[in-house]
Write a protein that binds this ligand. Structure first.
Ligand code: SF4
Length: 177
């Protein structure tokens, strides 16, 4: 025990260094998302995360957006507890058979207009879980998807870039579907 305590005092921790609290690039991305949301919606963006059957790797990156290091709520991005308060559904994982109905109900409970973002390789087509007896497939098998953010898992910066590309007005995309 004494040896372990001594080693913990003299050895470096076996973990990656945390990101800098003042990560300028990420802060700029988050501020851009907020500006785009205000231009598009006239207010800040509310996001509801739905885990449709992920391994939790994508969740770790999404939760990083809200943790003490990134703290993106300071830019107006809010994760909300109910789909009834959401503009965006951020959906991770393949859709498992157990979560199929829950995802469909969450989608139906989200007021129009709304966006659905499929996050991660599994959300596109089931990823490494495709073919499993427990999996329906990608998110688009159950609800209409507006944007797919690739990666296994995508980094927080990739998720922010995806939000910006969704919010920036594009002539061919109408918010009233
Ligand atoms: S994309 Fe990768 S990290 Fe995300 S749910 Fe699939 S296996 Fe996990």
């Amino acid at each position: 025990m004494r040896r372990t305590l001594f080693e913990s005092l003299t050895h470096r921790p076996l973990t990656e260094k945390p990101p800098k609290a003042d990560d300028a690039a990420l802060a700029e991305l988050a501020a851009n998302v907020n500006r785009a949301a205000r231009r598009r919606l006239g207010r800040s963006l509310s996001i509801r995360h739905v885990d449709a059957g992920s391994c939790n790797g994508c969740e770790l990156e999404i939760h990083a957006l809200n943790n003490a290091f990134y703290d993106l709520e300071r830019f107006g991005l809010r994760f909300v507890a109910s789909p009834r308060h959401a503009d965006v559904l951020l959906v991770t994982g393949p859709v498992t058979r157990n979560m199929r109905e829950a995802l469909a109900r969450t989608y139906n409970a989200t007021p129009d207009p709304k966006w659905v973002i499929a996050v991660g390789a599994c959300a596109a087509d089931g990823g490494i879980f495709s073919g499993s007896y427990a999996v329906v497939g990608g998110i688009s098998q159950v609800v209409a998807v507006d944007l797919h953010i690739g990666g296994c898992p995508p980094a927080p910066a990739d998720i922010l870039k995806g939000l910006i590309s969704l919010l920036e007005p594009a002539p061919e995309k109408s918010r009233n579907r």
